[in-house]
Write a protein of this length. Structure first.
Length: 287
């Protein structure tokens, strides 16, 4: 387990990913709240682009109509819980642009561990901080039942998911399925590299500027170039399949070839036996 003697300041925690014991993402850490009852991490929910979010204003109206005394200043988590107690269906709305709101306050007693790690996967480099909860807080918020003994899903449903160990902290991102004596497993990368990479940002920019709009949109949907400036060379075949499905011409394929950067990189990974897997949700939890 991550060192129990390591502590984090409010600034160090801000923006940390909060994950519950069911492998569901609760939100991101905002700030510390300190009062007579204890110390809490305030969890924030942030939406970007077009997404679905709880319609808080309508939720408050529904509770008031039911005779529940609320002001609208309450944390969203509390309002959702009260609505469920009253048998009300939680209303949702489509959001355009960015929206940030307070979801709830998490007492430090609910924290299993806090860990920080530098990860590199498919050209994405990041310093990730995770707050792992010992409770199914997000599952309760969504009304989701516990997951029991997850079945091994298709490889594409695993690849790229964050893998957290209840005992060791942040492991990395899931890659391919591997096999060992008597059972399968997952190869988890702290850094995934090969003898080069695809300059993804450059390739997609060139295609867009050259008028290959539909091809650009298909590739950007596969991997957002604003989040993945590089792609591991192991994904070249999948990119070529997309180009062929879009009936790309020789020029587009030549641009792909010209966007490949050769070099020596070393992968760092650990193989995790499937018997250690506890949850496969938005995040994979292992023992």
């Amino acid at each position: 387990m991550p060192s129990p003697s390591r502590f984090f300041s409010e600034d160090e925690l801000r923006g940390a990913l909060i994950v519950d014991s069911e492998g569901l993402v609760y939100g991101k850490a905002g700030y510390l709240k300190i009062n007579a009852s204890g110390v809490y991490i305030v969890g924030l929910v942030e939406t970007r682009g077009r997404s679905i979010a709880v319609d808080k204003d309508r939720l408050v109206e529904m509770l008031l109509e039911r005779g529940v005394h609320v002001s609208g200043s309450e944390e969203l988590e509390y309002l959702v819980a009260r609505a469920r107690e009253e048998g009300l269906e939680v209303p949702y709305m489509e959001v355009e642009g960015s929206l940030e709101y307070v979801k709830g306050s998490i007492p430090v007693s609910e924290i299993l561990w806090i860990d920080k790690a530098g990860l590199e996967f498919d050209g994405r480099r990041e310093e990730l901080t995770v707050i792992m909860l010992r409770t199914p807080r997000e599952a309760r918020y969504r009304g989701i039942h516990p997951q029991e003994s997850p079945m091994l899903p298709r490889p594409e449903e695993l690849e790229g998911k964050l893998v957290l160990s209840l005992e060791q902290g942040i492991l990395g991102y899931a890659g391919e399925i591997v096999v060992g004596p008597g059972e399968p497993g997952i190869r988890v990368y702290r850094r995934r590299g090969s003898t080069g990479y695809i300059n993804w940002l450059s390739l997609t920019k060139r295609l867009r500027e050259a008028g290959y709009t539909e091809i650009y949109e298909a590739l950007a949907e596969f991997r957002d170039p604003l989040k993945h400036s590089r792609l591991d060379l192991s994904l070249k075949q999948r990119v070529e399949e997309i180009l062929r499905s879009m009936k790309a011409d020789e020029t587009a394929f030549r641009m792909l070839g010209e966007s490949i950067v050769r070099g020596e990189e070393q992968s760092i990974y650990v193989d995790v036996a499937w018997s250690r897997v506890r949850k496969v949700r938005e995040v994979i939890l292992v023992s």
